[in-house]
Design a protein around this ligand. Structure first.
Ligand code: ATP
Length: 220
């Protein structure tokens, strides 16, 4: 089966400093890959390379489908309703946005502005927006961090439900071993400066809008 993400990275920089070293990363359709490693090692930078948000890198990237990203913070447009936060960023119809809102139990908040939503509701909206984009690749940067345990569990259930409905390739950045064990099929650990992949584990127990369709990119 063709990989949904095929990255051959030579290097990535922030300013003069090289953050990421050579690495090869493939994610299959339907697979959830966890990305772990110490704070500041470069996990977010790696996601941003794949999302097309970070430009200073060399190598090649093949993404056969659409990409959506869920950031650590919800990153919503405060002057637009929940519904418009979905339709304007994904280009989907009102009906599709409402369906996505229903899936995260926010249908009654369609006309609410983000400032009138709780943090948990904002995060659910952010998840709904990502899924409304109907991505083939979902990038999640610590989406459950600093949520109370009950809300984190609720968000994980939502993610599991939405993921089950489509053959999504997900890369999940996480510092939480229990979360990785629950959600990921496989995990990669980044370490060093510049960061490299130092370990891969197969999990036995588990199994923005950005939009790019059929993208192959390379940088040198
Ligand atoms: N915009 C930026 N400009 C300059 N340096 C940056 C920028 N963003 C990140 N860095 C640096 O790049 C390195 C990697 O940062 P990154 O956010 O990718 O790490 P991370 O592994 O996601 O960290 P954390 O787990 O704490 O979120 C860090 O040393 C950070 O200080």
């Amino acid at each position: 089966m063709t990989a949904a993400v095929c990255l051959r990275l030579e290097q990535a920089h922030h300013g003069a400093s090289q953050v990421l070293g050579p690495m090869a990363l493939d994610v299959a359709p339907g697979e959830t890959l966890a990305l772990t490693g110490p704070s500041g090692v470069g996990k977010t930078t790696l996601l941003r390379v794949i999302a097309g948000l970070h430009r200073r890198w060399q190598g090649s990237l093949v993404l056969p489908g659409r990409v959506a990203m869920v950031f650590q913070e919800p990153v919503l447009m405060p002057w637009r309703s929940a519904l418009h936060n979905i339709t304007l960023t994904t280009g989907c119809s009102d009906a599709a946005a409402l369906k996505a809102l229903s899936a995260v139990d926010l249908a009654d908040k369609a006309q609410a502005y983000p400032g009138a939503l709780s943090l948990g509701q904002q995060r659910r909206l952010s998840l709904a927006r990502a899924f409304a984009a109907e991505p083939e690749v979902l990038l999640m940067d610590e989406p459950f961090v600093s949520l109370d345990p009950a809300l984190a569990d609720e968000m994980m259930i939502l993610f599991e439900t939405l993921r089950a409905a489509r053959p999504l390739a997900t890369i999940l950045v996480s510092h939480a071993p229990a979360e990785v064990a629950r959600l990921a099929d496989r995990s990669l650990r980044l370490e060093g400066a510049p960061a490299r992949i130092v370990a891969t584990d197969q999990n036995s127990g588990a199994y923005f809008q950005l939009s790019a369709s059929g993208v192959t990119s390379s940088r040198s």
